[in-house]
Design a protein around this ligand. Sequence first.
Ligand code: B3K
Ligand code: ZN
Length: 876
Amino acid sequence: MSKDNPRAIHLKDYRVPPFLIDRTELHFELGEKATLVKSRLSMRRNPDSDEGDAALQLHGDTSLVLRRLQLDGKDLSVSDYQRDDESLTIAQLPDNFVLECVTLIKPQENTSLEGLYKSNGMFCTQCEAEGFRKITFYLDRPDVMSVFTTTIVANRQDYPVLLSNGNPVEQGEQEDGRHWCRWDDPFKKPAYLFALVAGKLEQVDDSFTTQSGREVALRLFVEPQNLDKCDHALASLKRSMAWDEQVYGREYDLDIFMIVAVDHFNMGAMENKGLNIFNSSCVLANPATTTDAGFQRIEGIVGHEYFHNWSGNRVTCRDWFQLSLKEGFTVFRDAEFSADMGSRTVKRIEDVSLLRTAQFAEDAGPMAHPVRPASYIEISNFYTLTVYEKGAEVVRMIHTLLGAEQFRKGSDLYFERHDGQAVTTDDFIQAMEDASGIDLGQFRRWYSQAGTPVVEVSDDYDAEQRRYRLKVRQHCPATPESDSKQPFHIPLAVGLLDEQGNDLDLGDGQTTKILHLTEAEQEFVFEGIDSQPLPSLLRGFSAPVKLRYPYSAEQLVFLMAHDSDGFNRWDAGQRLAVDLMQGLISDYQQGRELVLDRSLVEAYTKVLSDRSLDPAMVAKLLLLPSEAYLAELAEVIDPEAIHLVREFVKRELAQALQGLLMDAYRHNRSEGDYQLNADAIARRSLQNAALSYLMTLEQPRILVLAQHQFASADNMTDQLAALSLIAHSGFESERQQALSEFYQQWQQDPLVVNQWLSVQATSPRDDSLTQVKALMAQPLFDLTNPNRVRALIGAFCGQNAVQFHRADGEGYRFLADQVIALDKLNPQIASRLLTPLTRWKRYDSRRQALMRAQLERIMAGELSKDSYEIVSKSLA
Ligand code: B3K
Ligand code: ZN
């Protein structure tokens, strides 16, 4: 970084805004060469500010060309204000005034995809967190909430659809071929929720009648070729609206709710008031092009953005340190929604898997931060798994501590007390405490302390006294912001199993009890226990901690077969596999022959033979711990050993269980027409899990099965599963053929092409980096399209550990090259891509040196704030 190093912003420096904006009137003239933005801001000094006659400091990016500035109708000249790289300052202002401003911007040149930009010829915006300052000068902070009116003027032919937040109130034609539309949003909002869209879009209409009987128009806007991919999102939206009424009593508030799909988008979607903008990959779906996982993901994201209308928009964040106030709560809400729509246990398994691999790794790395960070350099870097997923776990723990009924009282109080306000995570907890009368004082530490607590449990049983004791210790490793941690308030859900595998009654017919861990060491006593029980600990993953208990292999096999808690049944299987694989990894490293212990074969035999189990659960139980999870658990990560051992175990299991796997494949193979329901999805997941095992045998007859599935599939789940197995296999000509047929079939569909790129990027074959580079050289690749970048570069560096971590360091050099190029175009995407390099301290000294050298090479150039923060913290 050659310029002055960027400054960190600290939560402790928060001050209320010295000025407020009551009304914001915006006027956009969208043009091909430039766009003119006129704003009229009705402002006043904030009576709650103690900054007296402070100057007004508006945020504004260097890309804004200031054309005119007027105060109460009078022009201001350059001597009346000061401008620097980030702001425009005006001193000596009256208490009430109107500020009018004309700026010129060039959305067509904006590759950062923040502010106003163009995607496939359409204008669209992304303002969270600080993108509005790339549109015009403004108080671009979430605690400044204003009522917005927006007028959009554009050429009618190229931009027939003109959208903004709220309700459309007026429209008209001009003689020059342009037309205009005015939108009025009656709800006060911060600038980050502002949105504008203009383009040649088609729409699909639907409607929803709220619980109070109001009819809301629902509209999904897409490019014409995507009209056949709208049904699922609209159906998901209606389910979300009904669910939020039933579960939280929250009704939608405007007369219209719109969603727009765009191809160029930095993340999944954005909850702009009344006008959600979605990455096309998170909203468009049909069975031929979208996998089951894709359908479920879309339902979850549509729900997430819709739920933000209350948890985020009506009640928003005071400052960006409070991001988890809306994100943690909304992820919890969308997870519960998905659990209610499908299988609760499967959803929980998926969420915990993500948390335990990626979030735990974040907590153990240089970017570790509390759910409510205390400082940041670039807020875009804090849209993290910690703020989102761990934040959701923290809300889930509040739900566990209060119970569903008190939690609902708490959320009602929160929404009622803070409607129309910008508040803090502490306000949220306060409402929960006030409504329930439960003390969450110590619990608040989950918001301020980073790191993953470790909970160690030991037990003893006294047959004479019929007494069972659990001894529990907690500690939390140091993280960059603090070495010493205070004990957390951890709800530990526990059950006890008798010798037959039945739950013991732990009092009042309860079979799961919540133990409150509040101290570094504690003991819990269970009286009247007739024989030595087996504990089922941390049921449902009741807290985001690492749980240690010395389970034997037999005990884990027993829990896998009997635990009444579905999550813990699955987790017992994971623990068993992890224990065995960790042993094999060290055997491999020491050159010992690999031999698979029979316990896993026995456990999997039971799972595959148990016809009473839901096939989705069987598929989950069969899935070996991922390479990423094994890496997270390792002292020193050895990507090669992890990969080879996992492949070895998979092959051994496939060998031993061939017959059962083949039965499972045949029995669950889709027959007849494609269906998208829980049962059919479950069957496909087991069918494809079985095929994935069988393919490790490298037998031509299994290849034929996969090829047949690939060629005959009427849905993307089956086709893509088969493609990826064939493409990652050693059958050279067949893999080439399948990849090329797939591309021929789907080259017109950018979302499917992304899947095709990812299959190649995640291939464990030695030529995968060469392939990735070759694909990047093809015209279909575009560095300015984040979906393409994620599908190819992101997938190779983030999901192909064995090839990314090649011993020659070429994977690291490749990533550094891409980050350096991308940082100039799109800093947010560049800094996200860096994640795998930031974990360098977890590897052997040779790899450490190679990774560090690439981080230093990146650091030597001129960098965005985004990448600077990640690289500098990684090297610290
Ligand atoms: N709130 C947006 C995320 C914005 C990210 C800005 N860098 C989507 C969501 O969480 O719902
Ligand atoms: Zn969100």
